[in-house]
Write a protein that binds this ligand. Sequence first.
Ligand code: AMP
Ligand code: MN
Ligand code: ZN
Length: 863
Amino acid sequence: MRLVTAEIFELVENPRLEFSFIDGIVDSEISEEYTWVETVSQLKELLDVLIKERVFAVDTEQHSLRSFLGFTALIQISTRKEDYLVDTIALHDSMGVLRPVFAEPSICKVFHGADNDVLWLQRDFHIYVVNLFDTAKACDLLSKPQKSLAYLLETYCGVTTNKLLQREDWRQRPLSKEMVQYARIDAHYLLYIANCLITELKQQGTEISCPDDKFDFVLEASRRSNMTCLQLYAKEVEAFPGESAASSLTSRHLNGQGAVSSVYFKTEFQDLVMRLCAWRDIMARVHDESLRYVLSDQAIVALADRPPMTLAEICRTITQADLNVDLSFNSLLPSPSSVVCSHLDDVHTLLQDNISNLNDIFPMILQKCLGSSGSCPLSILNYALLVNCNLKVSLVSKQNMVKSSKQVARKTSRELFVQKFSCKTPVYHNCKIFANDGRLLCYCDRRKLEWYLHRELAKLVDDNPPAIMLLFEPKGRPEDEDNDFYIQSKKNICVCCGEGNHYLRYRIIPSCYRIHFPEHLKSHRSHDIVLLCVDCHEVAHSAAEKYKKQIAAEFGIPLFVSKVVDSKEVQVISGSSESATNDEEVGVPPLQLRTAAMALLRHGPRMPSKRREELMQIVMRYYGGREITGADLEAALLVGMSPHERRRLKKKKGISFKHSAGSILPNMQNNVGCTETSSIVDASEVGILNSSDSTKAEACNGQQEFRKADDDVGDSTIGADSGVDEVNYTFKDSLKSDTHGASNRKGDCIGNSDDNYESRGPSNGTVELNHKKYDGTAQSKHNSKLSLLGHGPHGKQVVNHLLKEYGEDGVRQFCQRWRQVFVEALQPRFLPAGWDVMHSGRRDFGEFSVYNPANKALDLVKS
Ligand code: AMP
Ligand code: MN
Ligand code: ZN
């Protein structure tokens, strides 16, 4: 294989095309004669013919209904003179005879839409194709209105073909007359069609290319074709049987129903679909049948939708579901299938709602089928199933189903949550970047491809999915640097549980730390940002919050800024603190201040006077005990906020304060609403005092926080990170207990527990900040770009400490600790291959990388 790859790369680099392989007029008429190849000696004769050709056409037919993996049942090969139909069932064990011609670089193989054929030839016969010309790729390049073979046959040869025959049972022998005809047509005209397309490609080349830019369309078509040959067949491995089928079935079904009608329905339905898909997957393997044969998708949906109670009902439901769909094709299949009929009790058991542990059920079912007195054939193929029966499931059992209305509300809220925060489009585009030697450098998103193409640093070599080849020599290759992670395609699923219907990004290294990392250590986002479903996200988030507390204790750096005071009063306070003033009375935790001010602004007039007085005291403590006005209250709202948070608050204000405008407190009506601008400026100057009282501040910990940032995940080695702003969304989880009473409505709390840092935007003013453990002095200057409401200041101090004490290795080890925390909390089962807790993040940055410090400066100049 290594050799073949090298040869394909050679072809990709220097397409070898003396494409005069069909000279003059090609007879597009199909004769009566063809050669049926079914013995080894006939196969060898065919080899002798083919080895003398410079080009031949190939197509394959496969059978997939009564086989788990599917198999190639027929190979059609056409030379200029003759059509051969190779019985690959009879010759299965001898097909290796043809390996040399298929791998011979000097002989061109013409296919139409070779993607599947190339993989099937590998899967069944270890035949690798070198030097492919794919007429479908040529169609792409020529921007043909259609690229189906039927279209080409019609257009170039005036031949119509009945594509329905492609679904025939290609195992049958002898093949019917129509099937022989169909099979021959699929290969017979390909040489002629290829010739026509090549002529057009040559024309296109001379018409479009300007003299100094010689784009050779023929070579490009050949190159794109040969890229197809680089695919390698691999069996799909699922952590839990039937998982991907279950998730696509559920999402298709639920989408088809429009809105999610009932929260109960969804969970129970999902659960049943998952069980049935798992059972179907295992049974299909055991009996070597296709999934479709064992149990159709529509039957699974019907069973899960209204679980039947009796064996007879189960059969009826399946039959009915199969009748309703795709009559022409499926009416030939037994419904229910023989597999269902012989395992009806298992299906029945699975549909029961009292299964508490599916981990026990599947091994039991397998044992029953394959065990010592099992009912099903035990073969080498399914023996492995029994041995490696490692079925871990964590399904919601119906007994644990929520019943109370409060919990239903929770579910509904979760749905909203999912809708609002999950990624709306797949995160990973899995576009590829190849080095100029054809080696895969990384997977990335479309934007990155465009970045290179725009700068003419690369050329497009494939478009579905898009792939580019760099025109410069990149620094290193991921494999050589032990960075295999970057050359794995990534699935759009929760890396923990495999959920594929919704997911959102999760940052393994909390942003409050990461944003303070040196730039080049930040560039490994694709490794440390993963996709998680909402449920797993919540688990990960709370584990991270817990670990932050541990870090805070370990480093002696509190999570929250403990107290702030109005800096105009600072001198008064520090002067008097020497003497009698109780430290407790000075300053106030920023979140407590905000909460109190917000409550007063919103509900002041309607509050019991005792409560109002308490809250006033809190705000007054910030202002050094002096009387306060409505303007002071508004100003207090903004204390500790980053400019970004302030802008958001301003935007929201119109809505939030509508009902309280003009009557916040009985005695301050006149002041309200006229000091917005000045208060923003004032609020940026505050003094922060240190103390360990952060209980109130932690109230904001309860909120979940989700962010959207479209650029992060597709990032990788030779990054073109364009540094797009992150948009932060905070979400007060309305389900969590409401510790702030009236003041803590959803959305009130803008400061979030993690990343209140605004990386752009002007700095207005400084904030005074006191952390005794660090500088020992009463106050320290602090850039007000950093929000004081979240963990920003903590994160900054931790990172500075790490860098000072241990340098960059300290930061790397810190990252490793967070990955460990993540892995321990979630036990993720779907992390991309190559993902590693110890990921070093050590990379060299090439000439064109934006992480290259020189380019960073350049980009700044440009923008
Ligand atoms: P073709 O590329 O048209 O020669 O198709 C090759 C094989 O792909 C067929 O023998 C089928 O096994 C499979 N196939 C292609 N399209 C379909 C389809 N629409 N439905 C079922 N099987 C298909
Ligand atoms: Mn075909
Ligand atoms: Zn999950």
